[in-house]
Design a binder for this molecule. Structure first.
Ligand code: DGJ
Length: 730
């Protein structure tokens, strides 16, 4: 069967691979009815329209013929599951796209005109997007009846992944400008509402908490209007069929390749079906589309699994690794990183950094990162942002970089390109580059003493680009940590006319992508890591440019285990920046074990480590070097005990060839549980594996049926065991 097909006789489009199928019926009215989304089927022809021809389901008055008419296939306009609900008609469930034309009305009615099927994925200039081989796309062209705006609706499917990509572009083919007042990337109508909605809310240092609620009548919303994808709500959401769990049942994961405001909206109405719209948040959004112009919505990613949350996550993980991250070194190149921040914050000089480098090499550091404080007049967080010149009085970067080279390690540095302190040369020279300046305000909200740069203003973006390029030309660093430490408060741009103020939020994100896109393209060997006060911009848009994102400013395992565990539902471990710090709650072996289940690194004063601690960390670093790529980065993750539902956290990764596996088992409270057998997963039942926990060798079948007995040892609070299983080759 073809990946994408159209049966003209049945007026049926199908997208299907071995895992799932999606079927769309093109009805008599020219609307696209979503008739199936579920497990793959051998044959979809039964989804041809089954309604009575001539049934008067949604009668209408034809103004031209002055007669009452119905659709021949009995289309029920307010209840049929659709790809794109119209607006300003019977259907009040919530349209994904709303236009406003010259007459000021809100009517929006797209009808099918043509389609094409092509190999590959749609690419939108200046926007992060999915790529890679093995995909096919169905592009449906619809035309808005009043405004003559074309809708190019894309649905893409991969041959080897249970992933569906949805997005659209609008093209104004009419003679007058229209306003786009809503542009949600996708609608998904499901026949049943028997799902639980899982989303990941939180705040600074407590990102991505597990929130699970039954889908109920009326509206449920998961959204951000903070200008970034946010710590408060992550754009990744899950629809979990009732009764589904980690290993079985239907789970649908949804995410957006976007870093700004988003809105997931679920609506259950009178007819009980579940109506979802998902995309950019429409709050204060308004975009003018002049004749001949085009507007593209971010791509939405839908992962389907009939094998529970684990299957859904595995699909998302492979998608991110193989079809999203563009950084060339994404396969292997995840060096062990030492970041200066928590060790010395703003107070350092060249001598101190050189000492840090020497000390950090003892614990396996491969990349030394100088965090905030190296530029302008930045000795605390009140000044300097925007002045990206090395503070030569404070640090001799050439010397530091030369020393890293001598020690055989790489060097990286911190930037916060989208921000400015009012106490900075940049602000003094160009106050108009700050967001909200010259827009009629009396005052602007500060966060961490900083203002947001107006990245809707091309000159502001250009200024930062020129500064960063000059820096990178003089100091060819191997890595940049790209931070973003405030949200958008006043979404007003002095650089846009009054009628375009509804474009500010989206233009800020486009400015971010322009700058990041240019720099990553021009410096392909520099690895960029995303960050936003920890994990406040942990999203697929950022991952397109940055293979990893600093997961949270909270490194203490007590909280961190939840943060990392929950992040893994939507994102691969290879994306999760995780460091060992010197918080005192847990021992170093726990902190190291947890950090190994991500991209391993350190943040601490290395001079304070005891010899024993150095030994523990150096051993963890050795393990990372040996097993990170095959087991953690490219292996399959199994979540064995969820910390949000009990006292333990347990995760396991298995290499693709099933020759090695790492298991982390962690306690919250001390508990005298005498039968704490944890059954492993994903091993080869017939192979024999030695484990370094009790030194025993068993078959894969034994580990998967009986398990590892973690109760043989008494674990203290927030203590943990890291177990390596290796295939015994006779
Ligand atoms: C917030 C980040 O999350 C930290 O890791 C650190 O880089 C600081 N900003 C520096 O200001």
């Amino acid at each position: 069967m073809r990946l994408v097909d159209y049966n003209e006789k049945l007026r049926l489009f199908t997208l299907s691979n071995n895992s799932f199928g999606y079927a769309i019926y093109l009805n008599d009215a020219g609307y696209l009815e979503t008739v199936y989304f579920g497990r793959a089927m051998r044959d979809y022809s039964d989804f041809a329209c089954v309604r009575e021809a001539g049934e008067y389901a949604s009668p209408r008055y034809n103004i031209r013929t002055a007669r009452e008419e119905g659709y021949r296939d009995g289309f029920k306009a307010d209840a049929a599951p659709l790809e794109v609900s119209p607006h300003g008609t019977w259907d009040k469930r919530g349209a994904p796209i709303i236009l406003r034309g010259a007459r000021g009305g809100f009517e929006t009615d797209f009808r099918y005109e043509s389609h094409r099927i092509y190999a590959g994925l749609p690419v939108e200039e200046g926007m992060p997007h999915a790529h890679g081989a093995g995909a096919e796309t169905l592009e449906l062209t619809l035309r808005e009846r009043t405004y003559n705006v074309l809708l190019r609706l894309n649905l893409s499917v991969f041959s080897d992944k249970n992933i569906l990509i949805k997005n659209f572009a609008l093209e104004n083919a009419g003679g007058a400008a229209v306003k786009i007042v809503r542009a949600m990337s996708m609608q998904l109508d499901l026949p049943s509402a028997d799902y639980d909605l899982v989303h990941f809310c939180g705040r600074w240092a407590k990102e991505r908490d597990w929130c699970e609620n039954p889908v109920h009548d009326g509206v449920q919303e998961v959204s951000s209007n903070l200008g970034r994808s946010s710590a408060e709500e992550n754009p990744f959401v899950i629809l979990k069929a009732r009764g589904a769990d980690e290993t079985q049942g239907e789970a649908i994961g949804l995410n957006l390749i976007y870093s700004g405001n988003f809105k997931f909206r679920a609506f259950v109405g009178a007819y009980r079906g579940l109506h979802i719209t998902y995309g950019m948040n429409d709050e204060d959004f308004e975009w003018t589309l002049a004749p001949g112009e085009r507007f593209a919505a971010p791509q939405a990613v839908v992962a389907y699994s009939a094998e529970g949350l684990g299957g859904m996550s595995a699909a998302m993980h492979r998608f991110v690794r193989e079809n999203l991250v563009t950084y060339g070194g994404s396969r292997a190149d995840r060096p062990i990183l030492f970041n200066s921040w928590e060790g010395c914050y703003f107070s350092f000089d060249t001598a101190r950094i050189l000492t840090y480098i020497d000390e950090s090499v003892r614990i396996g550091t491969q990349l030394f990162v100088l965090d905030d404080g190296w530029f302008g007049a930045r000795d605390d967080d009140t000044r300097g942002l925007g002045d990206w010149r090395v503070n030569l009085k404070k640090i001799d970067l050439h010397k530091v970089m030369a020393h890293c080279k001598e020690m055989g390690i790489r060097f990286g540095i911190w930037f916060e390109p989208e921000m400015v302190n009012f106490d900075s040369d940049l602000f003094r020279a160009h106050p108009e580059y700050a967001l909200g300046m010259n827009a009629g305000r009396q005052e602007l909200s500060l966060m961490r003493h900083q203002l947001h740069l107006d990245f809707a203003c091309a000159a502001a973006v250009e200024n930062i680009y020129a500064q960063m390029k000059a820096f990178l030309s003089e100091y060819p660093v191997d890595y940049i940590k790209w931070d973003y430490n405030r949200t958008v408060a006043e979404h007003l741009s002095g650089s846009l006319p009054p009628e375009r103020q509804g474009e500010v939020y989206h233009r800020l994100v486009l400015g971010y992508y322009t700058l990041l896109g240019r720099l990553t393209a021009e410096f392909p060997h520099t690895m960029f890591e995303g960050c936003s006060s920890g994990g406040g911009r942990f999203d697929l848009g950022t991952l397109y440019y940055c293979p990893q994102i600093w997961c949270s400013d909270e490194s203490d395992p007590a909280q961190r285990m939840d943060i990392q565990f929950n992040t893994s539902y939507g994102y691969p471990l290879s994306a999760i920046g995780s460091h060992v710090n010197d918080s005192k709650v847990a021992p170093y072996r726990t902190k190291a074990a947890l950090a190994l289940f991500g991209t391993y690194g350190y943040e601490m004063n290395p001079e304070l480590l005891t010899e024993e601690e150095v030994h523990t960390l150096a051993a963890a670093a050795e393990l990372y070097q040996k097993y990170h790529l095959s087991v953690i980065e490219e292996g399959t993750l199994y979540r064995l005990c969820a910390p949000h539902s009990g006292n333990y956290m347990c995760m396991q990764c298995v290499s693709q060839d099933r020759s090695a596996s790492l298991v982390i088992f962690m306690n919250k409270l001390k508990e005298g549980d005498r039968f704490r057998f944890i059954r492993l997963r994903g091993l080869d039942g017939e192979k024999r594996y030695r484990n370094d926990f009790d030194g025993q060798t068993h078959t894969g079948e034994y580990y998967m049926r009986v398990g590892l007995n973690f109760s043989r040892e008494w674990l203290g609070e927030f203590d943990c065991r890291l177990v390596l299983l290796t295939e015994e080759v006779l």
